[in-house]
Design a protein around this ligand. Structure first.
Ligand code: THU
Length: 157
C-alpha cells in the first residue's frame, strides 16, 4: 500500500488592485456581470467572465427557473456563450464572483462541481491551462489550471 496525496498551490491577493492588468479587467467584468443575474429563488447573484485567446471577454450570470434544474450557473452561462461566440478560440481564464442580492461575499466565490467539469473540458479543447480567479471582498484566489480545483479530471471514456 502506498499513501499518496495531492498538493495544490494557488495565489491569494488582498484586493482586485493587486491583480495584474488583464486579471483586474476580467475581475471587473465578472463583478459587472452580476447585474445580469436572474435569481428570484436564491437571490444569490453570480457573475462570471471568460477571457478568450483573442483577448475578448464574454460575461455570464446565473439564470434560475421555476423548474430548478433548468436554471444555469453563471460560469456555464459565460463559458457556453464564449464557446458559441468564438468556437475557434481558446479559453484562457475565468473569473467568478457572487453575493446575496449582488452584495459580494467576503470569501471568494467557489464554482460548483458541474462548472468545474465544464471548465476542464474547455481547458482540454484549448490544449493549454485555463486559470480560475475566485473573487471575494476580503480576498481573491487564483488557480493556474483547472486541475488544481478538480483533481482526477474526467476527460473521456
Ligand atoms: N451558482 C452559480 O451561478 N455558480 C456557482 O458556482 C454556484 C451557484 C448559482 C446557482 C443558483 O442560481 C444560485 O447560485 C444559488 O445556488
Amino acid at each position: 500500500m502506498i499513501q499518496k496525496e495531492f498538493k495544490v498551490s494557488y495565489t491569494e491577493y488582498a484586493s482586485i488592485e493587486e491583480l495584474g492588468p488583464e486579471d483586474r479587467e476580467l475581475a471587473g467584468a465578472a463583478i459587472e456581470a452580476m447585474t445580469g443575474a436572474y435569481a428570484p429563488y436564491s437571490h444569490f447573484h453570480v457573475g462570471a467572465a471568460v477571457r478568450m485567446s483573442n483577448g475578448q471577454i464574454v460575461r455570464g450570470a446565473n439564470q434560475e427557473n421555476a423548474a430548478f434544474p433548468s436554471g444555469l450557473c453563471a460560469e456555464r452561462t459565460a463559458m457556453f456563450a464564449a464557446g458559441a461566440k468564438y468556437p475557434d478560440k481558446a479559453m484562457r481564464s475565468i473569473a467568478i464572483v457572487g453575493g446575496v442580492f449582488g452584495r459580494m461575499t467576503a470569501e471568494p466565490a467557489t464554482p460548483c462541481g458541474a462548472c468545474r467539469q465544464v471548465m476542464a473540458q474547455y481547458q482540454t479543447k484549448a490544449g493549454a491551462p485555463v486559470s480560475v480567479i475566485m473573487i471575494g471582498a476580503k480576498r481573491i484566489w487564483k488557480f493556474d489550471k483547472v486541475d488544481d480545483i478538480l483533481p482526477l479530471i474526467f476527460d473521456s471514456i
